[in-house]
Design a protein around this ligand. Structure first.
Ligand SMILES: Cc1ncc(COP(=O)(O)O)c(C=O)c1O
Length: 458
């Protein structure tokens, strides 16, 4: 099935571009090529993964190392490496737990699972406190929606275009990315409604500025909810992954709108939870407590897969049904890993570090923007940073070609990151990132932008 060209254009670092092929031709050794060929033969091909870019043999702290021995600071990490790769304390805890109790069939309680559920209740805002675990974020989002359906007696969801909530059929339906929900992915789950998101620099409602965009988006949410009484929940990332920071008051207004219409608010903090944005949960920046919070990714410490649904106890009304009946629902090893990860984040003061380094990065980026006309906008919170590249500051025409060139130049200089929406360099280092590492990364980005622009002129 052929893809509409908009899909290819919406992702800068898809795995089939000429620039990627050129980078590989100049960068990969024979051993790596052989492994990539076996990988390509063994796995079903899909966009943004197989065939792969390169092969790695080591991941430690902020670093990944490829098969040829080159090291890259990983400013992507799929947002799992909050505590850095292979934290020694975490590895010890996982090993101890494997010796003590490697698995618990679902009908048995075990100490690490209960302790993790209690800990999540203690660190999440407001009254959130009743928990279900899954192995992945996509499943957790779907569980959250089933809980909301049980509690409201309604079945539809409202979410944002351009959002990502997971690759499962239900989560992809709530997502707003063509790559995951169109063509062979369809038909999707019925009742997944969408509105355009807020976005100060590129507002789909045609407004100018973050506040106006937020107001327009909130008005549209109100408009839709007023016309559809079957919506159980609004599902959204409180800080959009592009990234887009919500304007002040936006979520408070949306919270009021949801309450007015009897709609629950589900925040998907799978990448942003546990400190990524410089607060333990990104919704704390906005002082808004959802009815259900979903986290994942970094929860397993970058070693094990685990996600969590943390709900207001008043939603615990579906006890006769099975919402999250997953084999690893109360796995002692994954839950112990999560518990230890949270303790490391707390005891090493990593949330404050993410906030501090994020401020330094935005200061530095503001200066870089003065020097570099290709930077149209900079946005960020903590360790979630976006640098939007444009062909022309006045027209704001996206420069995906430049973003892709910068990505491969940065790899050559030892920095790995991804692009979103084609033209946004998206930097998501671990919470352990030091000011010096951030400065080095931004030096690499600035040099790469200058180099790529120079190459284009010649
Ligand atoms: C906001 C958001 N929600 C959900 C998911 C899905 O998580 P998983 O890949 O663990 O299913 C992701 C993954 O990238 C995400 O970024």
């Amino acid at each position: 099935m052929t893809k509409p060209s908009a899909i290819a254009e919406s992702e800068g670092d898809t795995n089939r571009t000429d620039r990627r092929a050129a980078w590989q031709a100049g960068s990969l050794d024979a051993t790596t090529r052989r492994l990539l060929a076996r990988d390509s033969d063994a796995f079903l091909h899909q966009s943004v993964s197989t065939p792969c870019l390169n092969a790695i043999v080591r991941a430690e702290g902020i670093w990944i190392e490829d098969a040829a021995g080159r090291r890259y600071m990983d400013f992507h990490g799929n947002n799992v490496h909050h505590v850095g790769y292979g934290h020694p304390r975490l590895k010890r805890a996982v090993a101890e737990q494997m010796d003590a109790l490697p698995f618990a069939p679902r009908r048995y309680a075990c100490e690490p699972a209960v302790a993790l559920a209690e800990k999540l209740g203690a660190i999440t805002p407001g009254n959130l406190g009743k928990v279900l675990f899954t192995t992945g974020g996509s499943d957790a989002v779907e569980v959250a929606v089933k809980v909301a359906r049980a509690a409201t007696g309604r079945h539809k969801t409202l979410s944002f275009w351009d959002a990502f909530h997971g690759a499962g059929t239900g989560s992809a339906a709530m997502s707003g990315e063509m790559l995951f929900r169109s063509g062979p992915a369809g038909p999707m789950v019925a009742g997944a409604l969408h509105v355009a998101p807020f976005g100060g620099y590129r507002c789909p409602y045609g407004t100018d500025g973050a506040e106006a965009s937020g107001r327009a988006c909130a008005r549209m949410i109100d408009y839709v909810l007023a016309r559809d009484p079957d919506v159980a929940a609004l599902v959204a990332e409180p800080t959009r992954a592009v990234p887009y920071i919500p304007p002040p008051g936006f979520w408070a207004e949306v919270r009021r709108i949801c309450d007015r219409h009897g709609v629950l608010l589900i925040f998907d903090e799978i990448p942003t939870g546990l400190g990524k944005t410089g607060r333990m949960f990104s919704c704390e920046h906005d002082g808004v407590v959802p009815d259900i919070l979903v986290i994942g990714k970094g929860l397993g410490g970058g070693i094990l897969p685990i996600a969590a649904v943390i709900a207001d106890p008043r939603l615990d009304v579906g006890g006769d049904w099975a919402f999250g009946h997953y084999t690893h629902e109360k796995n002692p090893v994954t839950t112990r890993a999560a518990l230890e990860t949270i303790r490391i984040i707390e005891e090493e003061d990593l949330v404050a570090n993410a906030a501090r380094v994020g401020v330094l990065a935005l200061d530095r980026l503001a200066a870089m923007k003065e020097r570099c006309p290709a930077i149209g906008d900079i946005r960020g919170r903590g360790c979630l940073i976006g640098i939007e590249l444009v062909r022309d500051r006045d027209t704001r025409e996206p420069d995906g070609d430049l973003a892709e060139a910068v990505l491969y130049r940065a790899l050559d200089a030892g920095l790995s990151f991804k692009t979103t929406m084609g033209n946004v360099l998206t930097l998501t280092p671990p919470l352990t990132v030091t000011p010096a590492e951030m400065a080095t990364a931004l030096d690499i980005v600035e040099t790469a932008i200058g180099g790529a622009e120079g190459a284009r002129r010649t």
